[in-house]
Design a protein around this ligand. Structure first.
Ligand SMILES: Nc1ncnc2c1ncn2[C@@H]1O[C@H](COP(=O)(O)OP(=O)(O)OP(=O)(O)O)[C@@H](O)[C@H]1O
Length: 513
């Protein structure tokens, strides 16, 4: 067990946040040294080239498997790319591996569809090895298709049910674990026959601060209400649950019995919160009705960045920031880069401008909420495969997205909030690899950036771009700009023409009415 650490800076308001478990005290641990690991999971992990667990994974494992397991709800604050997904997926799958009757026992909620797909993949890598199925509720397929993948109707022949598992003659869950976005989750809660949360044992709220920051149709109160333990519902499962929760172990540090807070009847819904910027706002955390929460965090700083992330700033002498971006991209040619802008419109404009540069010789794509989800997913896929080298994006991509081998993040517009900066920067230097974060700065942005750096407790080195390289790009930049203007004008003309055509009959119709 790790020693608890007294947080000295920006003391959190909530008392249970004052003595966190420091993840820094944990070391990467080979799977062979991990206590209680199911051999089937050991094999499944090795199949996906994971032979050791990262510190946050070891820390969470210790609190969830073995003595004192899941006695308390967990709130985990750990840097981007430190492996939080597997830190919850592995213990949940190990815990559920002992259950033979299929019902929905674990729910993982994420803010976006692409993130949910990414997390499901992590569960898929290990769940099948112990006979568990994982479902996805994100609106990727039609509601009907999703329903048939999540809920099994009873098999009736001549009015009789022959399947012993269908004894109750009711629809039942086809999955043990569900990864969902709040909107689609609410659709199933409200309309899907046979979809129930009454057996739910584990609730993971990933990217907690983002999910609690928006109402999302009140998904949280709905989940908490529908999953509250109810003696009648749980009666047949209680024995099995209790055995899996407590095992034969007695007590260790932080074990509930020792602290005298074993006040909730088992089984209870265990909640696990994860973020690289976990909220410390008591009113937000209150919404979760946490059970003696345990706070796990990395180091003493409020904001922790990946260990091997280097910071650079590019000072733009003129107002033509795009020119500096092009010069930088040319220097980084051949490496995967994500360029972050302040908005979807900016993403569109910048991407269009870059495409007007005739001789850039790199594949550049935009990713923003302007695009249809299918287009976005395709773009992300192409970027993952290396078919696209430079992805220009708004903050849509900044949270949680894991793309292997992103060498550089370029922050084109300095964000207002440090959290946004941290999540953007965290798309590189993942899984303890090296990575670089460049921030492009106009003269009047320097003060704002300095304040942001101070808050983040980071410093950056000036990245030199020679004035010759900038000047040599000037003619290409001017003609790219002209081309862009032409494109915009002809696009606007085309739109006006289409609008005129489509409004003509309806005007006539209106006139007729
Ligand atoms: N034990 C491990 N060994 C090797 N690679 C790992 C291990 N655990 C996770 N990874 C890899 O590390 C990367 C980052 O993991 P993950 O996406 O879970 O990070 P995260 O902490 O959730 O980041 P974010 O805060 O940005 O969401 C992934 O590519 C994942 O496959």
């Amino acid at each position: 067990m790790a020693e608890t650490t007294q947080v000295q800076k920006s003391t959190p308001v909530l008392p249970w946040m004052k003595n966190p478990v420091d993840i820094v005290d944990f070391k990467e641990t080979p799977l062979t040294m991990l206590p209680f690991l199911d051999p089937r999971l050991d094999k499944a992990l090795k199949n996906v080239h994971i032979s050791s667990l990262f510190p946050v994974q070891v820390a969470v494992w210790q609190e969830t498997i073995g003595p004192g397991a899941f006695e308390r709800d967990l709130c985990v604050n750990s840097p981007t790319g430190s492996g939080k997904t597997l830190s919850y997926a592995l213990p949940i799958v190990q815990k559920l591996a002992t259950h033979s009757v299929k019902c929905l026992r674990a729910l993982v909620v994420l803010p976006t569809r692409d993130l949910a797909v990414q997390v499901k993949k992590v569960f898929d890598d290990i769940a099948a090895a112990v006979g568990l199925s994982v479902g996805l509720a994100v609106g990727q397929s039609s509601l009907a298709d999703e329903i048939s993948a999540l809920v099994k109707a009873p098999r009736l022949e001549a009015g009789f049910c022959y399947d012993p598992e269908d004894h109750a003659n009711k629809s039942r869950s086809a999955v043990d674990i569900l990864v969902a976005t709040p909107g689609r989750l609410m659709d199933h809660i409200n309309t899907t026959k046979g979809f129930t949360l009454e057996h739910l044992r584990y609730l993971v709220v990933d990217e907690t601060d983002r999910l609690l920051g928006e109402a999302y149709q009140s998904w949280l109160p709905a989940v908490l209400k529908l999953s509250s333990p109810n003696d009648e519902v749980f009666a047949p499962c209680v024995e099995a649950f209790s055995a899996s929760i407590c095992g034969s172990f007695k007590t260790i540090r932080r074990f509930g019995v020792e602290r005298g807070f074993k006040d909730k009847a088992n089984p209870r819904l265990v909640k696990m919160l994860f973020s690289a910027t976990l909220t410390r706002n008591p009113s937000k955390l209150d919404l979760l009705d946490l059970h003696h929460p345990l706070f796990l965090t990395t180091g003493l700083s409020r904001y922790a960045f990946p260990e091997k992330l280097e910071f650079f700033k590019v000072i733009c002498e003129s107002n033509d920031k795009a020119l500096y971006l092009v010069a930088l991209l040319q220097k980084l040619r051949g490496e995967k880069c994500i360029v972050f802008t302040s908005s979807k419109n900016m993403t569109h404009r910048l991407c269009s401008l870059l495409k007007c540069f005739g001789n850039l010789e790199m594949r550049i794509k935009g990713y923003s909420s302007c695009q249809h989800q299918a287009v976005r997913s395709k773009t992300l896929d192409a970027f993952r495969k290396g078919e696209v080298e430079v992805l220009v994006s708004s903050d849509n991509l900044s949270r949680g997205t894991d793309v292997e081998a992103v060498a550089n993040v370029i922050i084109y517009d300095v964000p207002r909030y440090i959290k946004a900066y941290l999540h953007r920067a965290g798309r590189t230097a993942r899984a303890f690899q090296i990575g670089r974060c460049f921030t492009l700065l106009l003269k009047d942005e320097m003060k704002k950036f300095k304040a942001l750096q101070q808050k983040a407790e980071i410093s950056s080195t000036v990245f030199p771009l020679s004035s010759e390289s900038i000047q040599s790009l000037q003619p290409a930049y001017t003609s790219a700009f002209d081309k862009l203007k032409e494109n915009v004008e002809s696009e606007a003309f085309r739109k006006r023409k289409v609008n005129f055509k489509s409004t003509k009959p309806s005007r006539a119709k209106t006139a007729k009415v």
